[in-house]
Design a protein around this ligand. Structure first.
Ligand code: NI
Length: 171
């Protein structure tokens, strides 16, 4: 049985930094807003307030979490592109998911936010060359340096990961 928290498996960076691998990851990031919207389409308010698994986030929290996470990701990319291996600011995603905007904002607002955000992010990603993707940031919680190649792969995974939560809950 697969772990219900990780329906597509945990993130693992395969180290492939070919142009083809990058293009595929960028295409996945481009497709993520539409995929999340399709997965949530037609759900009732009651269904949105149902956890995707026992003890997990509700589908509503998942819908708001994805733009919360990807806003941070977008900022991390821009910091790494404009500063020398900056240390980024972690955020407490569990507490963010408990703030009133997550409870009270219609999910459509977050889906529109994700659409707009990914349009800018993908425009940036498509303009990046190999040297840009080798730039990196430091995550202070693990003290580890992460390249933008690895971050690109992680966020491509992250979108699919949460879409899989919603799809799984629908079944
Ligand atoms: Ni997440």
């Amino acid at each position: 049985m697969t772990d219900p928290r990780y329906p597509i498996g945990k993130f693992h960076f395969d180290g492939d930094v070919s142009d083809a691998a990058r293009a595929e990851r960028i295409a996945e990031i481009e497709a993520a807003p539409r995929a999340l919207r399709a997965a949530l389409d037609g759900l009732t308010q009651e269904q949105l307030d149902t956890p995707y698994r026992e003890g997990g986030w509700t589908l509503r929290q998942v819908a708001h979490h994805v733009p919360d996470s990807h806003l941070n990701a977008y900022v991390r990319f821009k910091l790494a592109l404009t500063e020398s291996t900056p240390t980024i600011k972690p955020y407490d995603e569990a507490r963010w998911a408990e703030l009133p905007d997550t409870r009270e904002t219609p999910i459509e607002v977050s889906l529109a936010l994700l659409d707009a955000l990914h349009r800018r992010w993908v425009t940036l990603l498509r303009a990046m060359d190999a040297a840009d993707f080798s730039r990196a940031f430091v995550h202070p919680e693990h003290g580890r340096t992460m390249s933008l190649d690895a971050a690109l792969a992680m966020y491509a995974w992250h979108g699919k990961h949460h879409v899989a939560h919603v799809r799984g809950a629908r079944r």
